[in-house]
Design a protein around this ligand. Structure first.
Ligand SMILES: [Zn+2]
Length: 344
């Protein structure tokens, strides 16, 4: 029986060495130390053995039981540790991995251009102000020398909110010029301001027409302001935006709220003045309208035109990046196609 116990011990230890998870360990415990295991059965039968064998067998069986119990405990600990280590390994942060790049937003090409235009005029001492998109007929037309039934109203395809109410009718502003009036009603000269903002037209859209686009309006009113100030300011603007060497042309034009009115054009960049499809074979590209503020407009806001004079200008904003990057369709700006917008 002593031999049997020794074999049992050796066999148990050998099997234990192959155990590598808690479930197998529990099965091993039941097999060798459970109530129905051969070791426990031997221990129970010790009492019925002859006296001389009882002591030696009993001692040996107890010794094997204690040895197996301590091996079990040790194995349990080492399994636990292995489990923890592998868990730690799998959860470990590798701080040397490069980070995941976050998508970065960018400014819309129109916003970039607006910022650029505003910077140029801020450097010349103009303040930047904004006005309402929903405007009264009075500010959009009447106060700018465009009374009811004036043919110049045909220049603007207007989106009306309520029509047929004279100066009290509301509309979506067709240009940023109404802010000239609002500004002069509130402030006395000297005034130097630009007004960036959205304007609206009731028009079918195509490559060169959008129902909403951006304008920047400019206004300067003071004593002794002349056409030379207008030319100097706009020349400087064209040089800053289109480059030092670009030729700039002033020609007569008509807008009801200025007298005289001018149209400013720059030399076509595509053909350097030779004439091409982009410039309509003229060699020049119109970029803004301007003029000296009409005396009637000044008088309407109680600024005496015998003492004060001023100049005003207005330009389309999208036209600048269109010329600069060769964009041939204005609708691309507001169709929210990221493939287009990401290029700027
Ligand atoms: Zn050209």
């Amino acid at each position: 029986m002593l031999e049997q116990l020794k074999d049992l011990h050796a066999q148990a230890l050998e099997e234990l060495s192959k155990v590598d998870n808690p479930q197998e360990l529990e099965a091993w415990r039941i097999r060798y130390l459970g109530k129905k295991s051969s070791l426990i059965r031997i221990l129970r039968s010790v009492g019925s053995l002859p006296l001389d064998e009882r002591q030696s067998i009993g001692a040996k069986a107890n010794e094997v039981k204690r040895a197996l119990e301590s091996s079990l405990e040790e194995k349990g600990r080492s399994l636990q540790e292995a489990l923890l280590t592998s868990h730690r390994e799998s959860q470990r942060l590798d701080v040397t991995l490069p980070g995941r790049p976050l998508p970065i937003g960018r400014l819309h090409p129109t916003t970039q251009t607006l910022n650029e235009i505003c910077d140029v005029f801020k450097n010349m001492g103009f303040q930047v102000i904004e006005g309402p998109d929903v405007e009264w007929d009075y500010y959009n037309f009447e106060a700018l020398n465009i009374p009811q039934h004036h043919p110049a109203r045909d220049m603007f395809a207007t989106l009306w909110i309520d029509a047929g109410m004279g100066g009290k009718a509301r509309l979506l502003r067709t240009h940023t010029s109404p802010m000239q009036i609002r500004l002069m009603e509130k402030e006395r000269p000297p005034i130097r301001a630009i007004v960036p903002g959205r304007v609206y037209r009731y028009e079918a859209t195509d490559a060169t027409h959008e129902s909403m686009f951006y304008q920047v309006e400019g206004l300067a009113v003071d004593k002794n302001i002349t056409m030379a100030d207008l030319k100097g300011t706009l020349f400087e603007f064209c040089r800053c935006i289109f480059g030092e060497d670009r030729k700039v042309r002033f020609r007569c034009d008509y807008f009801p709220f200025v007298e005289p009115g001018v149209e400013v054009a720059i030399e076509c960049s595509a053909c350097a003045g030779a004439g091409c499809r982009l410039c309509g074979y003229s060699g020049w590209i119109e970029i803004l309208g301007a003029g000296m503020v009409h005396p009637d407009v000044l008088a309407r806001v109680d600024i005496d035109p015998r003492i004060y004079s001023g100049f005003a200008f207005g330009m389309g904003v999208e036209r600048i990046p269109m010329l600069r990057y060769g964009i041939d369709d204005i609708r691309l700006f507001y169709s929210n196609d990221l493939r287009f917008l990401r290029q700027f």
